[in-house]
Design a binder for this molecule. Sequence first.
Ligand SMILES: Cc1cc2nc3c(=O)[nH]c(=O)nc-3n(C[C@H](O)[C@H](O)[C@H](O)COP(=O)(O)OP(=O)(O)OC[C@H]3O[C@@H](n4cnc5c(N)ncnc54)[C@H](O)[C@@H]3O)c2cc1C
Length: 393
Amino acid sequence: MTKKILIIGAGLGGLTAAGCLLKAGFDVEVYEQAPKLAEVGAGIQMSANAMHVLNHLGIGDKISSQSVRPAAYVFRLHDTGEIVDTFSLSEEHLKMHKAPYNQAHRADLHRFLSECVEGLKENCIRLNKKVIQFKETAREATVLFEDGTNASGDILVGADGVKSIIRDQMFGAIPATYTGDSAWRITVPREDLPENFMDHVMSVWMGPGKHAVTYWIKGGELLNFVGCVETPVAPDESWTAKFSWDKLQSDFNGWHPDIQRIINLADKDECYRWALYNRPVVQQWSTDRVTILGDAAHSTLPYLAQGAAMAIEDGAVLARALLQSGSIPDGLELYQQNRYERTKKVVETSNMNRRIFHLNSAAEIREHFSNRNEGDDRNGWLYSYNPLTVDLV
Ligand SMILES: Cc1cc2nc3c(=O)[nH]c(=O)nc-3n(C[C@H](O)[C@H](O)[C@H](O)COP(=O)(O)OP(=O)(O)OC[C@H]3O[C@@H](n4cnc5c(N)ncnc54)[C@H](O)[C@@H]3O)c2cc1C
């Protein structure tokens, strides 16, 4: 009999898992607490390791058509813009890894994924369904919703993000902790910027205690800016809070004129800052019928641009592990066994990047990059991974 899998959360991770599991022949139901499907109005980078899965789901070309393929990944000093390191993306990335490096709009990616899932199974995604608890027996897993209803299946997958209640119930409610950094996110239309403003490259601008990331999305129609700042937050502050434009401006005072120009063009009434939260990485994240994926399992600072990519890889590996194994517990064990080391390395490398990107002096930054070949390193272990073909052992 076809196994039924309940997925909690219709974010990028939950939807990708749903697509991969449906394609593998499982029956899937996705439950999302929000009343409608939506994503943050910001950019997202999708390297080959994630694009393999999106190609497998048949949405790679759609994403590529709405994206920008950056020529290079560029590391710069925050004030002069001096390039301290760079490696090629675009054609070289495609040739090396057989899938492109895309810079997309999150809402486009999310929409393509939800359309894909609904195309594979109508009414697969159920909205307004907030899970408050689950129960696991030897025969099934059951979730209880806030509205008093419930649903049962053979397997339960918590794709419910960094605040995951599925994870809470499995391992105890260790609260997410503030990483010390907050991220401003804005986009600026191309027509508001001078002609030939910034090449189609992905830039990290590094300065004392903060860094900024700039890249083009929407086929070059929008410039995406993320400004990550070491900053204390009030304990009662919302994770996503609106702040005055003056605060954004003062955070990047003295930075390169291109950065100042982007900030000057931000919608002054719509300046939001995300407090970045983390939870400890757990080694065992499955029981006999329940598992977690994406930020629920391994939330990370976004300083390697791989949080969603890891969630996307998780979905592909989960589907393959269940197909490959003789029983559900073995499949869930095989899945997490093959995801733990890689996702832990992403979390650790992102933490290391926080230290490097926020070094105090140009000399320290130059010194660091003179001893490290960022392109070789990432091409070697990060972008070269193909979740559809990697041996699962
Ligand atoms: C500034 C910034 C930039 C980033 N840039 C990149 C990038 O360039 N590339 C990249 O790969 N990653 C990036 N990331 C990371 C990426 O955004 C996340 O890792 C990814 O979105 C996690 O997806 P997810 O599906 O695991 O969780 P989420 O996106 O958090 O989705 C969880 C879903 O579960 C739902 N949910 C939660 N609780 C319940 C419940 N009880 N019942 C029902 N539904 C529930 C939520 O409503 C939500 O829809 C970035 C992150 C930040 C903050």
